[in-house]
Design a protein around this ligand. Structure first.
Ligand SMILES: [Zn+2]
Length: 284
């Protein structure tokens, strides 16, 4: 009798132990989460540089500069790295060569630390494009894999550098592991996070498409649009690499927004930024 019962008793004990181990472990990796980090602010004396149709000539404006931490069960992705943390040492900000005041209130590293994220552990870093307000902290992520649109990297390394690009800000790509791509790029291979070609602002500009479990499809604009008004009016900045490619990218993203019923987040728009949860809150 004992001999017959023992295997069953052992099985019960083992099952109970396994169940205890599962319940004692941290909660299962959550589904996709989107954290919006505050990576700076721009005060611009003349918004005319964002509309070649003249609607904004001579008008001052303000812009948010977010970074986005995307937490996926297979690792973290940082989308854009904002203005540099070095600016946090200048409380009133610094005026750049274009007369634009750049400021950073809380360093990106401190914001990541508050979420328990060490820069060395961020698996991927990617950029909508290589302008200085998106690459300011890039060199902090030398241990990450850099996901770079080949056209954007090639253009960013040209001599002389394109206006708005400072290659010194992303020089760590030479030491980092780099994956380049010519077309769209599926970051984790499951379709939940995709870097999509949307050139025009720069040669290899991209937007990021996320599929959130509760929030649905979300598109992070990069600088395809700089404000809600520019999105609604299809305004093209005179500083863009290609007007024709910009309009084609507007067309692509408009179709995506419609077909996927996606939410568009215009990264530089202060209203869009203000509407997003502040860490530790997130979209999922
Ligand atoms: Zn920008």
């Amino acid at each position: 009798m004992l001999a017959r019962l023992f295997p069953r008793a052992l099985a019960v004990v083992l099952f109970t132990m396994a169940a205890a181990a599962v319940s004692a472990a941290p909660a299962a990796a959550p589904s996709l989460r989107l954290y919006t980090l505050d990576c700076g602010h721009l005060s611009l004396p003349d918004m005319g540089m964002f509309d070649d149709g003249g609607s904004s000539d001579g008008r001052p404006g303000e812009m948010a500069v977010p970074c986005f931490l995307i937490r996926h069960p297979q690792g973290d992705l940082l989308w854009d790295t904002g203005l540099g943390d070095r600016l946090a040492a200048h409380p009133g900000g610094v005026v750049n060569a274009f007369g634009i005041r750049e400021s950073v209130e809380t360093p990106l590293l401190a914001q990541l630390a508050a979420l328990g994220v060490k820069p060395d552990k961020v698996r991927y870093v990617a950029f909508s494009h290589l302008h200085a307000d998106h690459t300011g902290n890039a060199n902090l992520f030398v241990k990450s894999t850099w996901l770079l649109a080949k056209a954007e990297l090639d253009a960013g390394l040209a001599t002389p550098a394109p206006i708005g690009v400072d290659p010194a800000l992303f020089s760590a790509y030479r030491q980092a592991r780099v994956e380049t791509f010519d077309l769209d790029h599926d970051v984790f291979g499951d379709g939940s996070v995709r870097i999509l070609r949307a050139p025009g602002h720069t040669a290899g500009h991209s937007v990021l498409l996320l599929k959130l479990a509760k929030g649905g499809a979300v598109i992070l604009s990069g600088d395809l649009y700089h404000s809600r008004a520019n999105y609604e009016q299809s305004r093209v900045p005179p500083i863009n690499f290609s007007r024709a490619e910009t309009l084609a990218s507007f067309d692509r993203v408009a179709h995506l927004l419609q077909n996927l019923r996606a939410r568009l987040i215009i990264q530089h728009d202060p209203g869009d930024f203000a509407a997003l949860p502040k860490p530790p809150a997130y979209l999922d």
